[in-house]
Structures are given as structure tokens and as C-alpha cells.
Write a protein that binds this ligand. Sequence first.
Ligand code: GUN
Ligand code: FE
Length: 420
Amino acid sequence: MAVFSIHGDIIWSERFGSFKTAENSYLTVVDGKIDSVSAEKPACEVIDARGSLVIPGLSDLHLHAPQYAFCGLYMDEELLDWLNNHTFPEEGKYGNMEYADRAYSKFVRDLLKGPDTRVSVFATIHRESSLMLMRKLEEVGFSGYVGKVNMDRNSPPYLTEKTEASLSETERFIEDAEVFREIRPIVTPRFIPSCTDELMKGLAAIAEKYSLPLQSHLDENLSEIEWVRELCPSSISYADAYDRFGMLSSKSIMAHCVYLDDDEIALMAKRGAFVAHAPSSNANLSSGIAPVRKYLDAGLNVGLASDVSGGSSLSMFRIIQDAIAVSKLLWRLKEGSGKPLTFAEAFYLATKGGGSFFGKTGSFEPGYDADIVILSDEENASVLRPELSVEERLEYYVYADSERPVKAKYIKGRKVFQEA
Ligand code: GUN
Ligand code: FE
């Protein structure tokens, strides 16, 4: 039995809207799972994190690894122009393994330094470099999903697959990915405009055959939604266009969902599909503001997402800030949109909320995976403002130190990162 304990200022959220804290306490891990939080010193190895914040790992429900190479560029365009002018040309490079090696190494190195412990990642259409990305994430101890992207229409020639080849390459990708334990494949039709009905049917069958989850984009931007309406005249909505293929379930993540109508909200709730709320991306690409409070009130599963490189930061702390900020703008600008998100609510969405897609992660309840992040905040809050509570120190850190490397990170009880 592998047992250890972390001694520090522990804070987590078990319920939407509230924190639990245990200052100067011990978080004990047994065989990769949370065992207890206690003020009593346990009889096992103790890791000294006194004076540091100890929080659950964060989940990024939606991001694009191949876009990281231009993260922070080209933010003056809307979605469809941004895809055509910048994103597709960059993604075209991932047929070159040397380029992919360099770009994915940097992506994984930077992701490792931040607070994320679970991720659901889009790669590109290229099977080999998508497997390389999986290997790199697996090697450093990450847990989560990587999808080989599928595209067989309305895309530049270098990113347009033949339908049959797209399906057979996806099956090969899934079978080759069997060597990985913690990084699993996820079926990834890019979005309705880039996938024919035949491809969608085939992908739904593959998801079923291999019991795999699925990820895509939904209702992100007004021009995109209008295009989908033209492409799918017989569907009553964009969400319905996915649902017809059986692609909405508790094993699917739909990124963005800025403009779900009431029928789509009811459908998403009925299916239990996850909304990956990507506030930074939705601001950068002038997409809009997803009414998250309304979705939560309707019982939808919601998590947070960077959508790098629509989002210009990998840091989920930055995404928490933006989720709160845009909810305040929506509340001010649109009557009846419901109260803004509180800090505790946004933190819950980034941890246990989105984490529930992956299983038991994002909380310190017994039996949860020991996905733990240690933050060093001695320099700021506790020195300058020693009167701050643990909760206030966390808020201060999330806003003021969002891009700093974490002090240490554990995934399923295994240390994956330690600040140099
Ligand atoms: N819709 C289809 N592809 C993409 C993408 O790469 N990023 C975003 N934000 N939306 C998309
Ligand atoms: Fe995206």
C-alpha cells in the first residue's frame, strides 16, 4: 500500500458555490486515492507544504494542442475567418513529424507546469502525430483524452480526408492507442460543417463499437450557426444535427454552446452531455457570452475550457477569471440572464464540475483520484496580507498569479511536476 500525506492549507469545493477548507492540515493519499483530510498528523511519510495552498487539480474540457504554436496571435478575426486564415494552415503542418515533435513537446511542457490534471484535447487529422501527442502526455503522467480530428468537407485540400480513409485511420488510431493507460482516445468530428453525414454515421458507429467518448463544437458563433442551418435543413437545431447521429450523451463534450435555444438546452439536459464553457475564446473570437447560469439552472453538466488557441492562455486560473468576468458583463447587459458566477461557483466548475466527465477527480472527498496541486503563495498574500483566509488566498492567487508555474502537481497520487 502506497501512503503519503501532504501538510498544508487545504481547500476544495464539494458543492457548487461553496468551499471546504482545512488550514494547517494533512491530506492523506492511499494507493492513488484521497483517503482523508485531517488536523491529526498521520503515521506515514509527510510532504511538507506548510504555508502553501493545496487544491484539487483542474480540468480543461476542451483545447487544441496543435494551435498552441500560435497562442496569443490573430485575435482580431471571427471564428470562420480565423479558422481559414490561421488555424487550418497551422494544423496542416502536423503531417510533418519533426514539426509536430517540437510543437507538441512545448505544449506538453507548458501544460505540465500549470494547474491542470485532466484534459480533453483535439489533435489534428494526422494519425501519427496524434499518437505522438498521446505518448508525450502519457509519458509525463497526464490523464485524459486526445482525439484524432475528422474532417471530410468544407476544408482546405491538405486537411480534407476521404470519408473512408478518415474512418479507417480513426480505427487505426484507436487500436494503436491501446498501449496507453492514462491517455485515452476520444472520437472527434471537428464540427458539422467539416463532416459529411456519412462520416458522422461512421464515427458514431466507431464510438459505439469501442465504447468511446466523443467531443465536438456546438453553437459557438452566429455565422457558423447560420452555415449549419443551411447545411442541415432537415435538422431542427444544431444540437439536433448531432443528436440524429446519437452523438449527445453523458460521454460527450460539446464546446462553447454560446447560443443554445430552449429546445437545445432541454435536449442537452436530457442526454446529459457536457458543455465546455470557453469564455476567453468566446471573447477573443467575438463569439458571444454563454449564459452559463441558465444552463446550470436547467441541469446541464458544465465544465470550463481554455479552447487554446481561441483562448490565449493555457492557464485554467485565467479561464476561471474570464468565466466570472463575462458572467458579470452578461448580467449587466442582458436582463433576466441571472446572477454572475461567484468565485466559489467558477472554481467548482473548473474542478469537480468539469472533472466529473473524467470520473472522480477535482475534489478531496474520500475515494477521489489524488489529483492535487500545491501552490506557493508565501510571497504575496500571506506576506503582504497575513490576515487573509485560505479562501481569500486562493482567490488572490487565481487572479494575481494565474500564469505562474505551480509548486508541485500529483495525478492519481503520482508526482508529475515539481517547481525547479
Ligand atoms: N470550430 C471548429 N473548429 C474550431 C476550432 O479549432 N476552434 C474553435 N474555437 N472553434 C472551432
Ligand atoms: Fe475548440
